[in-house]
Ligand binder design. Structure first.
Ligand code: ADP
Length: 265
């Protein structure tokens, strides 16, 4: 804590008072520390795929290229690592845009139930590999909310793809939409391994992963939920998690409903 004192005095008159401004230095330090950590994380996340690519390219140069068995596999690894870096850089650019307020949401009215059905239809196509079932508990009542379609798609995509990534084979993912006072509430539940209580608050932080090795092997950047959080807030909503370790995870978010002009159409 830092203190600044100012004396309140009219010309050479008597001293009328003293103002003390207490300034929270720890807050400033925290921001600085977060920034340093962020840069260290970005560097690490980029270095890992780059060093992997370097060693595979070296192996190709040292002869693997002429081996018809090995060459395509090694090229495939370098391609995957490139894809991973592109995803990471895209996520970083998006967060940086959000941070600098250099973006505008273009809101339009959408029937949110319909919107969710379309997203789930798309995920059902790719979920077949892992034998994942989707259960839709979506109110049949038309639920018009104002959303930026692209951004909202990204929010829901990030949450559903996590639910799928962390689901066991044959798991069930439940998507719920209901009205709750002045909000609509969306939830996405899975039957995956869950998140220990002490880690739950942190999953919306940038680069936070409960299990780094596993998260990386399933292809995450550690930024998906951080982006979802920023974008939900930009829509005037809240996002949170409820999870039982070993049993499953539910991500909830809300969107304002009747507070928007028109509310229900
Ligand atoms: P990632 O790209 O690593 O998935 P996210 O920001 O999307 O990053 O999520 C952060 C971390 O939260 C994940 O690495 C994982 O540890 C945890 N997590 C997110 N969703 C789930 C879920 N449905 N089940 C279990 N853990 C999850």
């Amino acid at each position: 804590l830092e203190a600044n004192f100012s004396v309140i005095q009219e010309d050479d008159g008597p001293i009328n008072g003293l103002i003390t401004v207490l300034h929270d230095v720890t807050e400033q330090e925290k921001i600085e520390q977060d920034r340093r950590e962020f840069v260290a994380n970005v560097s690490h996340e980029l270095r890992t795929p780059l060093t992997t690519m370097r060693s595979y390219l070296e192996a190709l140069e040292d002869g693997a290229l002429s081996d018809p068995e090995i060459a395509p596999r090694f090229l495939n690894v370098t391609q995957n690592e490139t894809e991973r870096m592109i995803r990471l850089v895209n996520d970083l650019l998006q967060l940086s845009k959000i941070d600098s307020r250099d973006y505008k949401l273009s809101f339009e009215w959408a029937d949110f139930g319909q919107f969710l059905h379309e997203i789930i239809d798309r995920f059902e196509m790719i979920a077949q590999d892992k034998n994942i079932e989707f259960t839709r508990k979506i109110t049949a009542h038309p639920t018009y909310v104002e959303i930026d379609r692209d951004k909202m798609t990204q929010i829901v995509d990030n949450i559903i793809s996590n639910a799928m990534k962390y689901s066991p084979e044959g798991g069930n993912v439940i998507v719920t939409l209901l009205h709750q006072g002045h909000n609509v509430r969306i939830s996405i539940s899975d039957e995956g391994m869950g998140i220990p209580r002490e880690n739950q608050a942190k999953i919306f932080d940038r680069f936070y992963r409960v299990d780094k090795a596993r998260a990386r092997s399933v292809g995450g950047t550690g930024l998906g939920l951080a982006i979802a959080k920023e974008l939900v807030h930009a829509h005037g909503g809240e996002i949170w998690v409820q999870s039982e370790y070993g049993e499953g995870t539910t991500i909830y978010f809300t969107l304002p409903y009747s507070t928007f002009k028109g509310g229900e159409v």
